[in-house]
Write a protein that binds this ligand. Sequence first.
Ligand SMILES: [Zn+2]
Length: 56
Amino acid sequence: MERACENCGTPDDELLQVRRVYMDPDQPGEVIETEEIPELWCISCTTQYPHLAADA
Ligand SMILES: [Zn+2]
């Protein structure tokens, strides 16, 4: 079974379960909202986009 990153769509075996967070562009470091539903992201995306680990 081929898996793909749910953020960028790149097929990858090494995916991490995360919850996307939305940052406030006017207040760096401030989280506006956390996505309820976990997504599977590739390593590359987890280094580029804000998120929380969702391994539970
Ligand atoms: Zn990705």
